[in-house]
Write a protein that binds this ligand. Structure first.
Ligand code: AR6
Length: 176
C-alpha cells in the first residue's frame, strides 16, 4: 500500500529489512553499542558482514533518539542509518525519543543525498513499544521533514508480521 506526501512516496510492505534491494538506505533498530543483536540489528549485521560492526565501533555508544550513518557493506544498499530507539517504560519521554529517531534518520538521509529509505518498526520488538502508540509519532515526524526535503523521494516501512503491516496500512500510511 502506498500514498504520497509532498511528492514523496510513502509505502508499507511485509518483508525483511535486510533484503530491500531497490532502497538506498536501510534503518537499523540498533543497540547503543552499534553491535549485532536480535531482531533487526541481527538480521542487518548478519547480512552486512563483520565490516559493519567494525565501521560502527568508533561511533558507539549512541543515546536513545540518536542516529548515525555507515556504509552498507554486503547489504544490497548504499547506507545503513542506525537509530537507537527508546526502551518503553524506561527511556523518557519515549514519544519524544522515538520521534527524534525518525527525524534524525530523515535528516541524515537528506544530508547524504539519499533518495530512498526503509524503516523497520523501531522500538516495537525487544524494546517493548506498543505499535499502536507509534503511528502518530511517525506521521508527525514525516510531516515535519518530508515537505522540506528536496532529496527523499521514497519512504518505505518494512514490517515483519501481517498484523503489523495491517496496522501500518490503516494508521501510518493510511493516516497521512
Ligand atoms: N526485518 C524487518 N523487521 C524485523 C526484522 C527484519 N529482519 N526482524 C525483526 N523485525 P527489534 P527494537 C521487527 O527487536 O525493539 C536488538 O537486539 C520486529 O518484529 O529488532 O528497537 C538490538 O540489538 C519488531 O516489530 O528492535 C537492540 O538491543 C521490529 O522489527 C534491540 O533489539 C523491531 O524489533 C532493539 O529493539
Amino acid at each position: 500500500m502506498k500514498t504520497t506526501l509532498a511528492n514523496t512516496t510513502i509505502s508499507a510492505i511485509r518483508g525483511d529489512i535486510s533484503d530491500q534491494k531497490d532502497i538506498e538506505a536501510v534503518v537499523n533498530a540498533a543497540n547503543a553499542e552499534l553491535k549485532s543483536g536480535g531482531g533487526v540489528a541481527g538480521a542487518l549485521h548478519r547480512a552486512a558482514g563483520s565490516g559493519l560492526a567494525e565501521e560502527c565501533r568508533p561511533m558507539a555508544p549512541i543515546r536513545p533518539g540518536e542516529a548515525v550513518i555507515s556504509g552498507a557493506h554486503n547489504l544490497p544498499n548504499t547506507h545503513v542509518i542506525h537509530c537507537l530507539g527508546p526502551v518503553y517504560g524506561k527511556d523518557k519521554s519515549e514519544a519524544l525519543l522515538l520521534k527524534r529517531c525518525y527525524l534524525n534518520a530523515l535528516s541524515l538521509a537528506e544530508q547524504h543525498n539519499i533518495k530512498s529509505i526503509a524503516f523497520p518498526a523501531i522500538s516495537t520488538g525487544i524494546f517493548g513499544y506498543p505499535i499502536e502508540e507509534t503511528a502518530d509519532i511517525i506521521i508527525s515526524a514525516l510531516k515535519e521533514k518530508i515537505p522540506e526535503s528536496e532529496v527523499i523521494k521514497e519512504v518505505r516501512f518494512v514490517l515483519f508480521s501481517e498484523n503489523d503491516l495491517k496496522f501500518y496500512e490503516e494508521k501510518v500510511v493510511g493516516g497521512i
